[in-house]
Write a protein that binds this ligand. Sequence first.
Ligand code: ZN
Length: 287
Amino acid sequence: VTLARAKDLVSAAVARGTAVPAFNVITLEHAEAIVSGAESAGVGVLLQISENAIRYHGRFAPLLAACRELASSGSVSVGIHLDHIEASGLARDLIDRAETFGAGSIMVDASTLDYVANVAETSRLAADAHARGLWVEAELGAIGGKDGAKAPSAHAPGARTDPSEAIAFVAATGVDALAVAVGSSHAMTEKSASLDLALLESLAAEVPVPLVLHGSSGISDALLAQAIAAGVRKVNVGTALNVAWTAAVRAYLATETGGVDPRRYLTAARTEAAAVVAHLCDVIAGR
Ligand SMILES: [Zn+2]
């Protein structure tokens, strides 16, 4: 299957009333697990590479090139999305080179800025990205917990996106999709978050672009299905894969105390992560 793009995957989800699963890639094995899980479920997905993952590798080209190869050789539609790109220098480099790496979309994240500065920064980058044919997601109402190891910021999961501000933000910036703060928080290792479904419904009714749910690892399957019924059209998942991943590595190393071959425990991790991907594809794509 040829490389998919977020624009087409999300349009199809809008038409079906479902959502596109978007999974975060940290290592090559994450990308392999995601494509393999999506193939077992028979669901199109996005491989998303965040600024944090790029900073971990120290550069973006090797990982993006690997994702492009995997995405274009899968038996289901797989697209490449650039996630939480904050620094404008990196954002510009990625926008300039997105086509080379088959990335069809970018999330511009200026959500930590105040409203006026968020609008200014997002508009500028969205215009550049649109000039290159990219689909643009942005965030309004900072969704907490993004720093992973650091403590979640004080306003999360209490942050909420205001519907009238969201309408104005989309009109002012011209973005194609909006990540909203409705109760979820990044980096949750337990599925204990609650969502403001009534707010989600009003946002979906009033905001003229598809809504994106971040921090979905903290949300139960049943609640995820309700969020999609309320209007979420792209669901971002990162931590849930890493919970399964790390549990598999820990279990292997606890048993095989003399083992030194990374292929042994990474095979276990990749298999477990692929199973999580396949399951979430079923939940998110509404099958
Ligand atoms: Zn996110």
